[in-house]
Design a protein around this ligand. Structure first.
Ligand code: ATP
Length: 214
């Protein structure tokens, strides 16, 4: 029988994808020896501001960004639905396509992890995946009690010791590059350069399609 596959998942709006996402993803993929790390662009929730850039453009930019960049891949399942997806739906959908022993690693920044108890059916997430928390030295948020209980029950000190297809939590220390999509949108809106903050192919796409102009 084939070895279980090790698959990382990184969701985001990727509006636009930038070197912070890509460098972070690549480091996790190498450190964890992942077979693939899927970037999963999310549909934008209807209550957020009017999309500046639609789903197809955000997807196209992520696709451009990962060309030739094994093991990074793009998974567009959340954009194929007509409403924003809950992570639990995405995980159930992925699980329907994978072998039962394939390992899934949901990658979350510490801040997102702290918000977990507000997620739809959050207590079921670990049935489908492990959670890898990217911890940064200057993290501001604090874990609530239900989350601390979950960590006490499921934490594994060494991320490389996470075993089985799902069910455990571990932490990776990573200092993110000081880049955000918000900063990139704002630079572009004021006519400044974002060269070296996004891959050249993404910059070319932005320019060709006139995206994020003020
Ligand atoms: P925005 O500025 O629009 O809020 P963003 O740059 O934070 O966007 P998202 O698409 O919201 O990008 O992020 C997707 C995922 O990538 C999140 O888990 C986020 O923590 C992570 N991420 C964002 N920026 C960085 C970075 N500079 N380094 C590492 N990971 C990042």
């Amino acid at each position: 029988m084939a070895n279980p596959r090790r698959i990382g998942l990184l969701g985001g709006t990727f509006d636009p994808v930038h070197i912070g996402h890509l460098r972070g993803a690549l480091e996790v993929a190498e450190f964890m020896a992942l077979d693939e790390l899927r970037l999963i662009p999310s549909a934008r929730p209807p209550h957020r501001e009017t999309p500046q850039v639609g789903a197809q453009d955000r997807l196209a930019m992520v696709e451009q960004a990962v060309v030739g960049l094994s093991p990074l891949q793009v998974d567009d399942r959340e954009l194929k639905r007509d409403k924003p997806s809950y992570s639990i739906d995405t995980l159930e959908s992925l699980r329907g396509e994978l072998a039962a022993d394939d390992q899934l690693f949901l990658i979350l920044g510490w801040d997102a992890f702290c918000g977990l108890p507000a997620w739809h059916r959050w207590d079921e997430l670990l049935q489908h995946c492990h959670i890898l928390v990217l911890q940064r030295p200057d993290a501001g948020s604090e874990a609530s009690e239900p989350l601390r209980d979950l960590m006490a029950a499921r934490n594994v000190a060494d991320p490389l010791a996470l075993n089985g297809p799902a069910g455990q939590i571990s932490f990776i220390w990573q200092t993110p590059l000081a880049v955000s999509a918000t900063q990139i949108r704002s630079l572009l809106a004021s006519g400044r350069s974002v060269r070296f903050l996004v891959p050249d192919a993404v910059l070319a796409y932005i320019n060709t399609h006139g995206l994020y102009r003020g």
